[in-house]
Design a protein around this ligand. Structure first.
Ligand code: GAR
Length: 196
């Protein structure tokens, strides 16, 4: 059975992308990472992807006049790669409703909070400022509402008294790397079943 052809979209370091690439090395894993797209040409993750034989493409919003034109350029590339599933992994651009509709139910995102708490940016700063005792991360299906789609998997971590946003982010990130491959496997299996 062929694997679900998956694109990972990044904007920076790409550690979640690396976790997905590592998981996809397992022969029985249902997704194959066929390309990595970055919104920034200097994203550290691009070198890792290229070194692992994965097609890479930097597509900068600065080269496009509108969000729709930018998203359309990404869409054209992904379709040229015969992509079936998209994993957003630290991709810091909001995708337009048209783009999301074109990939309905096939886009995942990882977010560093226990959604629906702390949508948006600076999640760890806000959790610490609020005195939260528990933080975590969520993988959800992407809908037009920012960080608002159905949650598939979450992992919790404690917030410790001495935590800074950086120490808390590192603890959460270890859980991101654990749950994102599990969630992508779920979506990939669903896509493979839909093909039959
Ligand atoms: C991750 O913590 C991810 O959850 C977060 O950015 C980081 C990217 O790290 N995503 C968001 O904040 C999305 N709004 P990575 O590039 O090492 O995977």
């Amino acid at each position: 059975m062929s694997k679900a052809r998956t694109a990972v979209l990044i904007s920076g370091r790409g550690s979640n992308m690396m976790a997905l690439v590592e998981a996809a090395r397992a022969p029985e894993y249902p997704a194959e990472i066929v390309c990595v797209v970055s919104s920034r040409a200097d994203a550290g993750g691009l070198d890792f992807a290229a070194a692992n034989g994965i097609a890479t493409r930097a597509i900068s919003h600065k080269d496009y006049a509108t969000r729709e034109a930018y998203d359309s350029a990404i869409d054209v590339y992904l379709r040229s790669m015969k992509v079936e599933a998209i994993a957003l992994a630290g991709f810091m651009r909001v995708l337009s409703a048209d783009f999301v509709a074109g990939w309905d139910g096939r886009i995942l995102n990882i977010h560093p909070s226990l959604l629906p708490a702390y949508k948006g940016l600076h999640t760890h700063e806000r959790a610490i400022a609020d005195g939260a005792r528990i933080a975590g991360c969520s993988v959800h299906l992407v809908t037009p509402e920012l960080d608002g789609g159905p949650v598939l998997l979450q992992a919790e971590v404690p917030v410790l008294p001495a935590d800074t946003p950086g120490t808390l982010a590192a603890r959460v990130l270890r859980q991101e790397h654990r749950i994102y491959p599990q969630a992508l496997a779920w979506l990939a299996n669903r896509i493979i079943e839909d093909r039959e």
